[in-house]
Write a new protein. Structure first.
Length: 217
């Protein structure tokens, strides 16, 4: 896929090629690494060679260039180095679940009794110090239901007059917004929110609170 994109005018730059690999291809290579992490070095090297070939396409370096330099120029870590943090995040997430989660329940009751046999996926995780059972469970909860109305809080989402942004002049829209703002009582605390996109396609959102004791962006 990257070879095809690299010959297109719109995808030949290194940034597009690297982003495509990181977002679409590398997650496939790393999927299930907690299981195949115990595979032989020969099989794991096959995945490393896939990433190395991608790095050469991204950088345009020759095949004789040392592997470390190719990966450095492509700003990519070897998959083996990424394996340990991936294992840690995966098993820490399991430890944070309650016992109703079957995999988490099995992990919490697992004991390493492999002996001299080939290491199991959990035994490999223990070997690389990826099993940390002291994980604090945190869950973000809404302090108020979005379906419940709040006392003395009003949302003004429409202007006083019907307008069409595509046909109205920007100055007219500005005046219509100011007309609504001026109708807000002096005792109220206005909170303004906005989401917009700039000329280069970056989007963002923000809020602004205009209070008598000061403004808070």
């Amino acid at each position: 896929m990257l070879k095809f994109i690299s010959i297109c005018d719109w995808g030949a730059d290194a940034g597009t090629l690297r982003t495509t690999y990181v977002t679409l291809i590398r997650p496939i290579l790393e999927y299930g690494c907690q299981v195949y992490g115990v595979a032989s070095d020969t099989n794991l090297d096959k995945l490393e060679r896939v990433q190395l070939s991608v790095a050469r396409i991204v950088t345009g370096l020759r095949g004789s260039t040392p592997t470390d330099i190719v990966l450095y120029e492509a700003d990519l870590q070897p998959l083996r180095l990424r394996s340990t943090p991936n294992h840690t995040k995966y098993f820490s997430k399991l430890f944070s679940y309650n016992n109703q989660h079957r995999t988490a329940n099995f992990l919490k009751s697992w004991q390493n009794d492999q002996g001299l046999r080939k290491s199991s996926p959990l035994g490999h995780a223990l070997k690389i110090d990826a099993l940390h059972s002291l994980v604090e469970f945190n869950s973000l909860k809404a302090i108020a239901s979005p379906l419940d109305s709040l006392p003395n809080v009003f949302f003004h989402t429409d202007l006083l007059t019907h307008t069409n942004k595509s046909t109205r002049h920007p100055e007219y829209l500005r005046q219509a917004a100011l007309e609504m703002i001026n109708n807000i009582t002096i005792e109220a605390t206005p909170i303004y929110t906005d989401g917009s996109k700039n000329e280069i396609g970056h989007t963002g959102s923000g809020g602004f609170v205009n209070h008598g004791r000061g403004s808070f962006p």
